[in-house]
Design a protein around this ligand. Structure first.
Ligand code: ADP
Ligand code: MG
Length: 284
């Protein structure tokens, strides 16, 4: 078996109008990892995701699933999409059924599962996305954030191995966004491979095991989040800003309040632990 569950190899892609959206993109994805693709608007994140389950076909290069180049024949694509699910950036392009329940059950019904199994999966997806009380609502009456959560439920109910979330928290209120990040962690604990795109540097830094930075159709860096964010010229070049945790860490370091050997905080709680207890400990 391949080392990687999914892999983009030398991808090149231009839209029919000539926009060169992907240039020489190489991105291996490890089984079970939490990977964030970070990039400003128009960097090519959504275009890359559309390649990953065969919605778009590259001009050259390929996508591999478990080491094998994907096929664009109908049957193969249907099989691939059972394993690699995408939650689109725009929920309106995902939701199409009359009611929330119907929408979420559509995918599992198409998998040919029994009625009981479908019901079980839909109920779980409703719970996971906190949409149980919306189940009988027509999808077109939902708010943007609610639509977003229902579109996520629809993909969860398919139980794919790899779940790709395109800017999942955009348009969600802070509490739902926080709950959603917890849901991602629990999916990850169950062994799912999770890829998300975002332009939110704080989210990308705190959540991901590994980070890829996109800029104008290229992946300009990939690696550990702490390492990439220690390169301020890279962050600037990609039109991004520093995560507030790293800015705070750097300031504490500059003031001499912490030692250079202090580990980078990944969360607010980590940061609170490294802040010196007494202001009398200040050395600068
Ligand atoms: N359907 C399309 N036709 C032509 N150009 C497009 C289309 N969709 C996206 N683009 C262009 O491709 C580039 C990458 O877009 P996209 O993948 O949506 O970026 P991101 O998701 O990072 O914001 C942008 O320059 C965008 O304008
Ligand atoms: Mg996008």
């Amino acid at each position: 078996m391949s080392k990687y569950i999914l892999e983009a190899v030398d991808l090149q892609y231009s839209y029919p109008d000539g926009t060169n959206a992907l240039r020489n993109v190489n991105l291996p994805i490890h089984q079970g990892e939490k990977l964030a693709i970070l990039g400003s608007n128009g960097a090519g994140k959504s275009t890359l995701f559309m390649q990953m389950n065969g919605i778009y076909r590259p001009d050259s290069g390929c996508i591999k699933y478990q080491g094998e180049e994907i096929s664009y024949k109908n049957k193969a694509l249907i099989e691939l999409r059972k394993k690699v699910g995408i939650v689109f950036q725009d929920p309106d392009s995902q939701l199409f059924s009359a009611s929330v329940w119907q929408d979420i059950s559509f995918g599992p019904l198409n998998l040919g599962l029994s009625e009981e199994k479908v019901t079980e999966r839909v109920k779980q997806a409703l719970i996971d996305t906190e949409t149980t009380d919306l189940q009988d609502k027509p999808t077109h009456l939902l708010s943007y954030g609610q639509k977003k959560r229902v579109s996520i439920a629809g993909v969860l109910a398919m139980e794919p191995d790899v779940i790709i979330f395109d800017e999942p928290t955009a348009g969600m209120d802070p509490r739902h966004s926080q709950e959603f990040m917890q849901l991602l962690n629990s999916l990850s604990d169950k062994g799912k491979t999770i890829i998300l795109s975002t332009h939110d540097v704080d989210l990308a830094y705190s959540w991901s095991d590994r980070l890829a930075i996109m800029y104008r159709g290229e992946i300009i860096a990939q690696g550990l989040p702490g390492e990439l964010f220690s390169r301020s010229e890279l962050v600037q070049h990609a039109d991004l800003t520093m995560p507030w945790l790293i800015e705070t860490y750097n300031e504490l370091l500059k003031k001499g309040w912490i030692l250079p050997s202090t580990p980078l905080p990944k969360s607010k709680e980590d940061l609170f632990k490294i802040i010196p207890i007494k202001s009398g400990q200040q050395t600068a």
